[in-house]
Write a protein that binds this ligand. Structure first.
Ligand SMILES: Cc1cc2nc3c(=O)[nH]c(=O)nc-3n(C[C@H](O)[C@H](O)[C@H](O)COP(=O)(O)OP(=O)(O)OC[C@H]3O[C@@H](n4cnc5c(N)ncnc54)[C@H](O)[C@@H]3O)c2cc1C
Length: 486
């Protein structure tokens, strides 16, 4: 940027979430001098673990479960295990309990999972087998910007399923159990299940479950950020915390700047430098539903009535497909349903570092209208109690975040939106603006690398990877070799 010839750095990355870290690493790996700036006193963004309730209880403030991290074609290339990162794999990846039937469960093994669906065994295999088999070929296209696919037939087969509304694709199943499991997976899209393309996230999460599992990092999700940061500094990168950027003038001189922030923040920081057209596209960018988050310190594990649910790392609470679809749609319309769909994780069942001996932690959230400050504690706890009678008696302490508190904690969570903007059909590949490369802005050398770019939310670092790859190739003329999944 600018007309200088001597620069302090080749690249400055602002924001140390998984995408900022991934971008900084790829740039540094290719011989650039890179400074990573973070506004908070600690690095990691959504990779954050803190003692939110009582001393000795460690809670994941944001992300907890990491199928997308272990399935990430870029993170797979990094030697993070050598920098202290250890994943723990619950035998039951996810469970979906019911009021009056055994839970539907997702296990690592595709065939074992299918056989548990009884009458839907063959339908499940027909749906998931091709996605799992083709994943290594289609992953780089699914987890990146829109372009001509390298494997068009495999991609077209995936697209025909993925682009369907989850409520439509689920009709292939005969049993309520299989339909509900699929609905719970699709609800990670954080939008009404009647929307086009809500099947995509369900297929991606389930395929990653069968290929890699749904693990949690030993010692909390911040361990992923710590390992990425340690690797980054080991190859020469520099990190400065407590540096909150409000203007481009604050930045040291650099040939490129990559922002791990969302469009609303970019408009505030760099608005006057952006072209009118690009600015108006960013102003029209849409954020989705927010989340209400709760963490508990518990006297004992959650007493789920269903045995396999007690063994699951992740639990989806919301009953049948029609119940989940109705409640998610109500939330999207601005309401706060009494029986919201809940995503719950129980890390201490698998990782003893999270709580004192014999004690436990649990993590849960439900979707709420963007910007909501309604307290959903009672609604969430009633849903847990519905499937785990006696749960409320085990609560020792709790901590909650409404959407305003979440945005205060991390300025990227605008109105409580944890995906950096709604990931619907219109914003799936063209987030945040319709451009040849969505990572570029209208200012030469200034890039966006957050989850507001493709492929969107979640801890996978692929937005940062693609933004940095674009900067390396187009700004520095350095070729970056293609990624492969294993
Ligand atoms: C409650 C909750 C549960 C979640 N659960 C999961 C899960 O289980 N699995 C999963 O994969 N994902 C989960 N996510 C989503 C995941 O955390 C995000 O998608 C991911 O962190 C996005 O990464 P990012 O790098 O784009 O941005 P962030 O992780 O949001 O990082 C942005 C960073 O930039 C910094 N920053 C922002 N503005 C500035 C500025 N002006 N100056 C300096 N620094 C700045 C912020 O402080 C922050 O550190 C969850 C999120 C939440 C909130």
């Amino acid at each position: 940027m600018g007309i200088k010839t001597n620069y302090d750095y080749d690249a400055v990355v602002v924001g140390s979430g998984p995408n900022g870290l991934a971008a900084a690493i790829l740039l540094q790996q290719h011989g650039l001098s890179v400074l990573l700036l973070e506004g908070k006193s600690r690095i990691g963004g959504g990779l954050s673990s803190e003692a939110l309730t009582l001393p000795g209880y460690l809670h994941d403030v944001c992300s907890a479960i990491h199928p997308l991290a272990v399935g990430s074609p870029f993170l797979q290339t990094l030697p993070l295990d050598q920098f202290g990162l250890e994943f723990i794999y619950p035998e039951v990846a996810a469970a979906h309990p019911f009021d009056d039937a055994p839970a539907a469960i997702l296990k690592n093994d595709l065939y074992e999972t299918a056989s548990l669906f009884g009458d839907d065994k063959d339908t499940y295999l027909k749906l998931m087998q091709p996605v799992v088999k083709n994943w290594p070929f289609i992953a780089p296209d699914i987890l990146g910007p829109l372009r001509l696919p390298k494997h068009p037939l495999a991609m077209a087969a995936f697209g025909l399923k993925a682009l369907q509304p989850a409520t439509l694709l689920a009709k292939h199943f005969k049993t309520e159990r299989a339909k509900a499991l699929f609905a719970g997976m699709a609800a990670h899209a954080i939008q009404p299940l009647q929307n086009w393309a809500t099947s995509a996230i369900a297929l991606v999460l389930m395929a990653n479950g069968h290929l890699e599992g749904w693990p949690l990092p030993k010692g909390g999700s911040n361990q992923i950020a710590q390992a990425m940061a340690a690797y980054f500094t080991s190859i020469g990168g520099k990190i400065e915390t407590n540096t909150y950027i409000t203007s481009l003038m604050q930045l040291p001189s650099a040939k490129t700047v990559l922002f791990d922030i969302t469009p609303q923040q970019l408009l505030q920081i760099a608005g006057e430098k952006l072209s009118g057209l690009y600015k108006s596209q960013l102003q029209k960018y849409r954020y989705g539903m927010g989340v209400f988050k709760i963490d508990w310190a518990l006297d004992a594990p959650i007493p789920f009535a269903d045995e396999s649910t007690r063994q699951a790392g992740t639990v989806h609470l919301g009953g049948t497909l029609s119940e989940i679809a109705y409640n998610e749609q109500q939330t999207a319309k601005g309401h706060h349903p009494d029986k919201p769909f809940i995503l719950l994780a129980q890390p201490s069942v698998f990782d003893p570092t999270r709580a004192p001996v014999g004690k436990h932690t649990a993590w849960a959230y439900c979707h709420v209208p963007n910007g909501s400050t309604v307290d959903m504690t009672a609604a969430i706890e009633n849903q847990v109690e519905r499937f785990a009678p006696g749960f409320k008696d085990r609560i020792l302490a709790k901590h909650t975040f409404d959407t305003a508190e979440l945005q205060q904690y991390n300025p990227n969570f605008i109105g409580g939106d944890i995906n950096g903007g709604i990931i619907d059909l219109r914003q799936l590949f063209t987030r945040p603006a319709v451009r040849w490369s969505p990572y570029t802005t209208s200012v030469k050398g200034l890039y966006l690398c957050s989850s507001s770019t493709p492929p969107g939310g979640g801890v996978h670092g692929m937005c940062g990877y693609h933004a940095a790859k674009h900067a390396l190739q187009n700004h520095f003329h350095i070729k970056v070799s293609s990624l492969h999944t294993h």
